[in-house]
Design a protein around this ligand. Structure first.
Ligand code: CO8
Length: 257
């Protein structure tokens, strides 16, 4: 796949997607959005892609939406065109997607990382929602996903002051799953993605779906939803294979059936 703002490489069954706008700290302009949506739509239908790692450069995962592109936007156009709504497609991606974050993940960059299933960060990573300094607020989930990830106190602190959080604070707060040395970050994310890619796709997909459902409904409904998916997996060949492999002390060979 050839893109202007993305570099896509296959690493086994994992698609590695790098945001590549070095001149603008990987700011997320409309081309990045369109290209990422196009890439994810292609991955969704490609059986060779079993997981995705989304990353940036060592300086910036993404320093936010492109301020230079946004500056002249008028309210009526933003409203009528549902400006930035397309980014929701990333959150709706059904295969596993890991954000591998080094350097700045600010504004839309932090929001994009939070749309992924989990974040593996380099110790250099810095997260923040500096929109308030520009006279706006987060527009793609910052006020909502951040509260769920790190709670009201820190979400308010970040969104109201515009300050940045380093990787250690982000890990302590629960935004980040793992923090590793910068030179190990990509390997760590690719290894995690390869591991997930080796499991049965229906169980991976259902685990993701059930966890995401926790944000949408009360506990009793979430537990019922989880249990129904759990029951459903007993209809798969992979459940029989996974359990037989455990009992026979061998590795499971999953067929996604
Ligand atoms: N947009 C456009 N250009 C940018 C952006 C950006 N967000 N960030 C950096 N750049 C550009 C700079 O303008 C500069 O370009 P030039 O060389 O032409 O002047 C180049 O990248 C390098 O940047 P700096 O010289 O500023 O580099 P520093 O190392 O001094 O600073 C920072 C790095 C701290 C990251 C700094 O660039 C910065 O503060 N950037 C802006 C961060 C920001 O405010 N982000 C929030 C944007 S608003 C937003 O994201 C709304 C979200 C809505 C939803 C979006 C969905 C994805």
């Amino acid at each position: 796949m050839d893109f202007e703002t993305l570099i896509v490489e296959m690493r086994g069954a994992v698609a590695l997607v790098k945001i590549n706008r070095p001149q603008a700290m990987n700011a997320l302009n409309s081309t990045v959005m369109k290209e990422l949506i196009t890439a994810l739509a292609a991955f969704q239908h490609d059986d060779a892609v079993r997981a995705v790692v989304l990353t940036g450069s060592d300086k910036a995962f993404a320093a936010g939406a492109d301020v230079k592109e946004m500056q002249g936007v008028a309210f009526a156009d933003a409203y009528r065109g549902d400006f930035l709504a397309g980014w929701g497609e990333v959150a709706g991606f059904r295969k596993p997607i890991i954000a591998a974050v080094a350097g700045f993940a600010l504004g839309g960059g932090c929001e994009l990382a939070m749309m992924c299933d989990f974040i593996i960060a380099a110790s250099t990573a810095r997260f923040g929602q500096p929109e308030i300094t520009l006279g706006i607020i987060p527009g793609m989930g910052g006020t909502q996903r951040l509260v769920r990830a790190i709670g009201k106190a820190k979400a308010m602190d970040l969104c109201l002051t515009g300050r940045m959080m380093d990787a250690a604070e982000a890990e302590n707060a629960g935004l980040v799953a793992r923090v590793v040395a910068p030179e190990r970050m990509l390997e760590e994310a690719l290894t995690a993605a390869q591991k997930i890619a080796g499991f049965s796709a229906p169980s991976v997909g259902m685990a993701k779906e059930a966890i995401n459902r926790a944000f949408e409904q009360p506990l009793s409904e979430g537990l019922r939803f989880e249990r129904r998916l759990f029951h459903a997996l007993f209809a798969t060949e992979d459940q029989k294979e996974g359990m037989a492999a455990f009992i026979e002390k061998r590795s499971a060979v999953f067929k996604d059936r």
